[in-house]
Design a protein around this ligand. Structure first.
Ligand SMILES: [Zn+2]
Length: 582
């Protein structure tokens, strides 16, 4: 009886299952199953970078932003509040090298804005290239190219899969900020030449500038800002409330023809436009206006985003960095240039909406680094701010090297050459740059000095200099003998590229500047330099505010996932899956 029931139950279940399968099949025939492959690629990838923009600027000034600028990105995009660079040093070139590669300087090779080239003994920049010629500037001015970038970018990968039909263009005031996000197989990068006051490029990309660029330059668009006054955008009371008085003592501005108070008259102390004026122009929000106008021309004339082969436009606003260096992050000037770049970004987004449609555009917004308070400011309020002088540091180190390797006082002192010297445009400089100390391998070989032992001697001596917190040696970093749970150690390791980095890496205490004499700067592994916005907006992105840890190195892998393309060659960042539609 029980067995019979079970058998009939089984038979009935089988019949039901068969029916269900038939229904599914027939409905499948009537209505096609949804295609699970990705929908059409966006027509444009737009990377917007503000040079020197801390995450907290979004919070400090967000209520003063316009609705269609950064607030639109925060509202309609995914925004990570805990986005930190995970490398040291935090400079412009390493940051821009990371954005579209998803890789750290340890992979991109972009270990600083400049470094001593071991092969030639010369200081090189991240993009300097003596084998190319500058286009659109003074003929004797130095050219630039992406040849030192060791990994592919999002643009490079798009051009690979579209047989070079994707167009990839980078625009900025700074060469490195235009060139590095675009990549090695980019169509073009354009930047501003201080010597000619025009937008330039190099023979790396083409033999002559496109006609539209020459037309852009011909009315000398930077010159119209000569003598213009930079005033506050909003009433002064708002600035006093958020940024304090206009000219505190630590804003020791020595710019020619200007003071540290509003309004700033942009002449550079010159009577007509010259390189001093162009430098003053860079240090104002007006340079961002030029970059914005040029980016609009690039979109129009290169017909970016006009077909299904996804194009890339990278726009980096440098004015904020120049202003921040001169007046510091808590200045009225930094506040004003932030409010203005928000409005400039709004104009750019509105323009892209008209030309391409924001629905067809994938946008990433970020910065290349933050900035530390002016040391005299952070010192005055008890945060330990101060400056470690390069001469104090190197004298202490040299004395320790001599005590260890020339205790008997041989003359001439063979240890006098143990620290590498490099040629910086005809001037001989000590091998101390980007917090890295470089050894002279020829002298060490001659005297049979063990480099790791010397590194220990140098590091130990450096720790006796007030303000130096830690050191790492080349051998230690090559072995990977660092803790990945210690963020400082991890960031130093991520910034180390053996053939370009030094032999000892020094880390200053928080709020201390190591060798820098400029009013305000960045470069450290501390949060004020590492915490920057990361916002991604576009098809497939779930808008929201995300508290998960992120880094700008995650931008490229996430864009690659959204585009359905191979990640750039060395991408180590993670795909920010919490904000991606399945
Ligand atoms: Zn800077």
């Amino acid at each position: 009886m029980r067995a019979m029931n079970l058998r009939s139950l089984l038979r009935r279940t089988l019949a039901l299952s068969l029916l269900l399968v038939l229904v599914v099949i027939s409905s499948g025939q009537r209505r096609p199953q949804p295609d699970n492959s990705r929908s059409k690629r966006p027509r444009l990838v737009l990377l917007i970078v503000v040079d020197q923009f801390r995450y907290d600027y979004l919070e400090r000034f967000g209520d003063l932003f316009v609705a269609n600028g950064l607030r639109r990105l925060m509202r309609d995009g995914a925004s990570w509040t805990q986005s930190n660079y995970d490398h040291f040093p935090t400079y412009t070139a390493p940051g821009h090298g990371t954005l579209m590669t998803g890789a750290y300087p340890a992979e991109t090779g972009i270990v600083g804005n400049d470094w001593p080239d071991r092969a030639t003994g010369n200081r090189v920049s991240s993009v300097s290239d003596t084998s190319e010629k500058l286009l659109g500037g003074k003929p004797d001015a130095q050219a630039s190219s992406p040849r030192r970038l060791m990994s592919s970018t999002i643009g490079d990968e798009l051009r690979l899969i579209t047989n070079n039909r994707s167009k990839v263009i980078g625009v900025s005031i700074k060469d490195r900020s235009a060139i590095l996000p675009a990549g090695r197989n980019a169509n073009a990068a354009y930047w501003f030449s201080l010597s000619s006051g025009t937008m330039v490029s190099s023979t790396y990309y083409f033999d002559e500038l496109p006609a539209w660029v020459t037309s852009f330059n011909s009315p000398r668009p930077a010159d119209k800002y000569f003598g213009q006054k930079w005033e506050r955008l909003l009433p002064q009371a708002e600035y006093v409330k958020r940024a304090g008085p206009d000219s505190p003592t630590w804003e020791a501005v020595s710019a020619r023809g200007d003071t540290n108070a509003f309004p700033h008259t942009i002449t550079g102390g010159a009577t007509a436009p010259d390189s001093a004026f162009y430098s003053a122009f860079d240090h104002s929000p007006f340079s961002n206006e030029l970059v914005l106008a040029f980016a609009q021309q690039a979109l129009t004339n290169e017909q970016l985003g006009q077909d299904d082969d996804t194009d890339v436009l990278s726009v980096s606003f440098s004015g904020n960095d120049y202003v921040g260096h001169r007046y510091g992050p808590y200045s009225q000037e930094a506040m004003d240039v932030t409010l203005r770049v928000d409005r400039q970004i709004a104009t750019l987004l509105d323009f892209v909406q008209t030309k391409v449609g924001l629905a067809n555009t994938l946008i990433a917004f970020t910065a290349d680094h933050g900035v530390a308070p002016i040391p005299e400011h952070s010192g005055a309020i008890g945060l330990g701010g101060g400056r470690i002088k390069t001469t104090d540091l190197l004298n202490t180190i040299r004395a320790a090297i001599k005590a260890r390797y020339n205790a008997d006082g041989r003359s001439p002192d063979p240890t006098a050459h143990y620290i590498h010297k490099f040629n910086d445009n005809g001037v001989s400089r000590d091998g101390f740059i980007n917090g890295n100390i470089y050894f002279n391998y020829v002298a060490l070989e001659r005297d049979k000095v063990n480099t790791e032992e010397l590194a220990q001697v140098v590091g130990t001596a450096a720790l006796t200099v007030p303000g130096v917190a830690r050191y790492f040696t080349r051998a230690q970093l090559l072995r990977g003998a660092t803790s990945i749970t210690d963020p400082i150690e991890r960031r130093v390791l991520h910034g180390f590229y053996p053939s370009r980095s030094g032999d000892v890496v020094l880390i200053a205490e928080p709020f201390k500047y190591l060798g820098d004499t400029i009013t305000a700067t960045h470069g450290s592994a501390y949060s004020y330099d590492t915490n920057v916005p990361t916002i991604i907006m576009g098809q497939g992105v779930i808008p929201g505010r995300y508290l998960e840890p992120a880094t700008p190195a995650d931008i490229a892998p996430t864009l690659a996932a959204l585009l359905g393309i191979t990640k750039p060659s060395s991408a180590t960042g993670r795909v920010l899956i919490e904000a991606l539609k399945k």
